[in-house]
Write a protein that binds this ligand. Sequence first.
Ligand code: HPA
Length: 270
Amino acid sequence: MYNKIQETADFIKNHTSIRPRTAIVLGTGLGNLAENIEIQDTLAYKDIPNFPVSTVVGHKGQLLFGTLNGKEVMAMQGRFHFYEGYSMQELIFPIRIMKFLGIEYLLLSNASGGMNPEFEIGDLMIIKDHINLMGDNPLIGNNDDRLGPRFSDMSQPYDHKLIEEVKKIAEKNNIRFHTGTYAAVSGPTFETPAEYKYIRTLGADAVGMSTVPENIAARHMGIDVFAISVITDLGIEGKIVEISHEDVIEAAKKSEPKLTLIFSELVKKL
Ligand code: HPA
């Protein structure tokens, strides 16, 4: 694995002169945030050795290297999901690569279902903690001590300083936000009403199908993580309606400008 990571990281370094400290993962319906990146190099996942290939509609499948608000960044336009059939190790491969490229800060975004009764569609939720309900963990298997410890600390899964910075940015720009706990499920089914109730009871404010594997891999290697959810539908008793992937994409797109502003202001501070 270590050699594969090195091979892929070397390939990427040979294809871009950008040396970012910050990586951004663009979630479902949020890929257009990339329009604000002054892109210098684009690498399609299919052209990168050892890289998995994205299969979901609404996910582009390329790595972008450029500057956002004057800061060098890399961005994953399209992420890998457990429900696509990748192993956890495959889907966090890009996060391993990021470490080898010198990434210190990982900014994650996703679309999720809101279960906190105060939430409305289109709201943003800063993730302060998570619950892994995926039934798997990317660190299962042999541990390579060169990457991180066998037993990975998770006392601060989402960096407190980054959270405080984003709160300030949102307040300054009159962006409504919540702070809460994200539960990750495998998908690809959305939740039944009973499942929403169950996950809410566990202490989660929002539920989605991503972010947690990437967070675990990043923390394992000492990368600081910030993550934010766009609430695209509601898993609240009395407010549960039929939803589709298209509804999720559409709702996420509407909130994209808020997210873009937050990420571009945040990278300036890093
Ligand atoms: N559940 C799980 N994943 C999701 C949801 C949801 O309600 N909305 C967007 N992704």
